[in-house]
Design a protein around this ligand. Sequence first.
Ligand SMILES: [Zn+2]
Length: 277
Amino acid sequence: MLPSDDRFPFRGKRFFFGGEVMDGMVLTDLEKRLFRRQIQIPEIGEAGQARLLKSRTLVVGLGGLGSPALFYLTACGVGEIGMMDGDTVDLSNLQRQILHGFGDVGRLKTSSAHEALRRLRPDVRFNVYPESLSQDNAVQIISRYDFIIEATDNFESKFLINDVCVRLGKAFSHAGILGMIGQTMTIVPGKGPCFRCLFEDIPPSGVVRTTDQTGVLGSLPGVLGAIQSTEAIKYLTGIGRLLVGRLLTFDALTMAFREISLPMDKRCRECGKPEEG
Ligand SMILES: [Zn+2]
């Protein structure tokens, strides 16, 4: 039985914010078998699966959030995937960064991630960036992707991704985790608030606690990273209602999700527009 339209109020409507619509693309027999359970979903179908296979997603940060996001983006059929991280695997990462294993300690995270994902789907085009995102490389790298997953653990990277994505008109998913609490929002430039509309600027060091100081439950980024990959898939296939202007918070201790509606900030230095007249 199909779910009722109450649960899928956007059925039949396409909310596609960017990129090319490629309904004409034909799937191979292998792709039809590989993605059969997804193609069965009316909102996706063969056309949606074809769009995913033609799409490019970049994941910045191969840690707790990036791990589940990358596993699902790869498994669900994104055609080209960029992965970026300049760090090496530390023993204390393994409790949540499920792309990496015991034998990977000391290796570049991009190397162990690439290996794990290639096992899952050898047909994907993987682009590996064993470096940190910086002012020097951000525009060049981000501009070749359709959607960005911001899976970083520091404000410098979060603001840099936001500013470059807003300037290039690229959609991205933000997420943050701490202790047993997480939050996520999708930013589509011009369609809703950006990260700076919420947080304005990098807080002075020491004001906001980090996961290094506070710790984080290993399964928490699993929930948030899976949501980020789901948002990417929705954006890339042009279905559903994205977390645009909606900050979703998750408290693992009470198992409560909350949604906070957020308007665009007209005075935002990245996406604000001066009042007319
Ligand atoms: Zn803004």
